[in-house]
Design a protein around this ligand. Structure first.
Ligand SMILES: *Cc1c(COP(=O)(O)O)cnc(C)c1O
Length: 383
């Protein structure tokens, strides 16, 4: 986001999301290059950003789609993803969603409970189909990320736990319209220390031995997503460390002959290309701090309110005025909630009403989590 773009858009239409499609293309190219070396298959996690221009760009690159609802499956197919590269995950798939996915002959259902397998079997029988499934296993690996985005621990609602596996295999055997093709894992999100992925590989190797000992053939391993991005210094690391990330799985996963490896990346693909652009409505003096009151809030970007997450904040109007004095501000939105705060003690050039503020790395879990709370308008997206 540079000052030329501000000239182009003006200030009248704030707040809006700006998506840098050149950066997105560079990201996808880097991802393809790093993954194809290892013959890894990557699905884009639609839930991170489902904007149709974004989906079209990503589908053109040949990536698959990772969906967590029937509407995401529909959006992905409409944007050019081929159904045989669509996986359907989620702890609570409704009958309607399962029926829709069956009718589209998607690649795989990632199943999270015994009852879900039984329901898919029943619905597949009615459509005279056999559903390919993967078991989402809970590897009990700590991702060391925020508690709300940790998913791979036994205490989380996700996945099937190791002690249930014997029973799961019996159920699958009795289900004539179910075909087990994969094992699926996803330990959490915004993982920047890559060690948990190594731990995940070791856990997968152990679990594979268990399946081998029971003579169960597994065609593919899906290791999920979760690769984090650099929210602190997005300009230093506009692209995620894909090479390093894939190398871990190349080095530590013990694969069976002809076994495929699938990934489901969301944030790392679309996170850095997005900036939420907002205008300062008021500068208000508090007791210990100055508030910058923006025209964007948790209705456009809920991550700080929901998981105390950090986004780099910049004064785009004053960005190039390096000699201006600096001040500390609490940067807040207009919504009637005290958690509607983008950052405390943010150091910015002296800021005035009307300045444009950029909230960086808002391309993932921003627009898709927007709400109309306070009857707010939906923010536009500019490219
Ligand atoms: C959310 C999710 C992903 C993507 O996570 P990122 O952190 O955005 O990469 C992948 N797989 C599953 C099952 C998910 O729920």
């Amino acid at each position: 986001m540079n000052s030329k773009l501000i000239d182009r858009f003006g200030v009248q239409d704030t707040p809006f999301f700006y998506y840098d499609l050149n950066l997105l293309q560079q990201n996808v190219d880097a991802l393809k290059s790093a993954s194809s070396k290892n013959n890894f298959h990557v699905h884009y996690a639609i839930k991170a950003n489902a904007n149709s221009r974004v989906l079209e760009l990503i589908s053109k690159s040949g990536l698959g789609a990772d969906c967590v609802s029937g509407n995401e499956i529909r959006a992905s197919i409409e944007s050019g993803f081929t159904p045989n590269k669509v996986v359907f995950a989620g702890v609570g798939k409704s009958d309607k969603e399962i029926n829709y996915a069956l009718s589209k002959d998607i690649f795989c259902f990632n199943c999270e409970s015994i009852q879900e397998i039984e329901v898919i079997n029943e619905l597949a029988a009615k459509q005279d189909k056999v559903a390919d499934i993967a078991l989402r296993l809970n590897p009990n690996v700590n991702a060391y990320t925020h508690a709300y985005i940790t998913t791979g621990l036994e205490e989380n609602k996700f996945g099937i736990n190791a002690w249930e596996l014997e029973e799961v295999l019996q159920v699958i055997e009795s289900c004539k319209n179910i075909n087990l093709i994969g094992l699926h894992f996803h330990i959490g999100s915004q993982i920047t220390d890559l060690k948990p992925f190594k731990n995940l590989c070791n856990k997968i190797n152990e679990l594979q031995q268990w399946f081998l000992s029971r003579n169960v053939k597994i065609k593919h391993i899906n290791v999920g997503g979760g690769l984090g991005i650099d929210y602190q210094t997005p300009d230093l690391h506009p692209l995620p460390p894909y090479e390093e990330y894939f190398k871990i799985f190349h080095d530590f996963l013990e694969l069976q002959p002809n076994q495929d490896v699938h990934f489901e990346l969301g944030r790392s693909i679309t996170g850095t290309m997005g900036t939420l652009v907002s205008q300062v409505l008021y500068v208000k003096k508090g007791i210990n701090t100055n508030f910058l009151i923006l025209d964007a809030g948790m209705t456009e970007l809920i991550r700080p309110a929901l998981y105390q997450s950090y986004h780099k904040i910049e004064n785009l109007s004053k960005r190039h005025l390096d000699d201006l004095s600096r001040e500390k501000y609490d940067v807040v939105g207009p919504i009637c909630e005290s958690s509607d705060c983008f950052g405390k003690n943010v150091v910015l050039q002296q800021t005035e009403r009307g300045d444009l503020i950029g909230i960086r790395s808002a391309g993932a879990y921003g627009e898709v989590m927007a709400s109309s709370y306070n009857l707010r308008d939906k923010a536009k997206v500019l490219f």
